[in-house]
Write a protein of this length. Structure first.
Length: 188
């Protein structure tokens, strides 16, 4: 296990029962091993060296699944948290992916309206309710987009982001680097 245990290479669910609305939900790895360590380093230790490695893995997986043509957008961070941290990890990954695939990226069209406690500090029940009404769209998007996030735990963040996009009839393919509990997502 060099990076982490792959989830049957790539898992995708059509439509995803967790996000309720994403056309597809892809997870590259279980949230363990080196994949987990790299994400933690990126999120909390400014380990920007991880972006090309993780970004290239996303690019390759997206090419394999045919998800390499749509506009790319990250799960946004609230501006206060971004000011504290200095950058948005999913934003860095999305930028890398968009440049590598030569597709457009929009980092400010899906916005986080409310500054709420970080998901990792909450219980499962609190996570599920913490994101409700948290996102809005500012501007127009094409009919198909690819949303990138770093970690999928309860699905609350992706579910709310996808629901926001779906209200404008946007078809969403969601990608994450790691997923904490793959047993909650049925295989296809």
């Amino acid at each position: 296990m060099l990076i982490g245990r792959q989830i049957r290479a790539i898992t995708y669910h059509d439509p995803c029962p967790i996000t309720q609305a994403a056309s597809r939900h892809h997870s590259l790895f279980q949230h363990e091993g080196l994949a987990r360590q790299m994400l933690i380093s990126l999120k909390y230790n400014h380990a920007l060296w991880t972006v090309p490695i993780l970004g290239d893995m996303l690019v390759e997986a997206m090419r394999v699944t045919g998800d390499d043509q749509a506009l790319v957008m990250p799960i946004p961070m609230h501006w206060r948290r971004r000011a504290q941290q200095g950058y948005n990890p999913p934003g860095l990954l999305a930028r890398w992916v968009a440049r590598s695939l030569r597709v457009p990226m929009r980092a400010r069209t899906l916005v986080r309206l409310q500054h709420k406690p970080p998901q990792q500090s909450l219980s499962r029940e609190e996570r599920l309710s913490n994101m409700v009404g948290c996102f809005a769209l500012r501007g127009r998007l094409p009919r198909k987009v690819t949303v990138i996030d770093d970690v999928y735990t309860t699905g609350a963040t992706l579910r709310e982001a996808v629901a926001t996009l779906n209200r404008d009839n946007i078809e969403v393919s969601a990608w994450v680097i790691t997923q904490t509990d793959v047993s909650t997502v049925p295989s296809t």
